[in-house]
Design a protein around this ligand. Structure first.
Ligand code: AMP
Length: 118
């Protein structure tokens, strides 16, 4: 069972931001920005590759609520979901990183250079 499913089941603690019947948001244990929160579905979904449009509709509404609660809607934030090995996904349970609280950088994303033809 993934770490995040254990958090959903109450077997591991988390620093909760918001919760409803279907989704949970909590602070990342190793923050990469002044505010770094993870939003997850409570049911087991391994990554964005497996999520349905219907669940994403609920997830979108939930993330909007989290962003409002964190007061990130005015100055902005970054929303990231890592998928698979190249995406750098470490926890195999769908999660959206919500990052903000200061101006974020946008460089050094890949180990190799962008392809010139794109
Ligand atoms: P990813 O690399 O996209 O799979 O991101 C996994 C994230 O989960 C990382 O940013 C970790 O710091 C975070 N993380 C791992 N374990 C915990 C935990 N127990 N509570 C909160 N965040 C966690």
């Amino acid at each position: 069972m993934s770490i995040f499913l254990k958090i959903v089941k109450g077997e591991l603690p988390c620093n909760k931001v918001l919760e409803n019947e279907d989704f949970l948001a909590f602070h990342d244990i190793n923050p990469k920005a002044p505010i770094h929160v993870l939003a997850i579905p409570k049911i087991e979904i391994k990554s964005f590759n497996e999520v349905t449009p219907e669940i994403m509709a609920g997830m979108t509404k939930f993330i909007h609520e989290v962003v409002a609660k964190l007061k990130l809607d005015e100055n902005g934030y970054r929303l990231i979901t890592n998928v698979g090995e190249d995406g750098g996904q470490e926890v195999l349970h769908l999660h959206f990183h919500i990052l903000g609280g200061s101006k974020l950088r946008w460089d050094h994303l890949a180990d190799s250079e962008p392809k010139k033809s794109i």
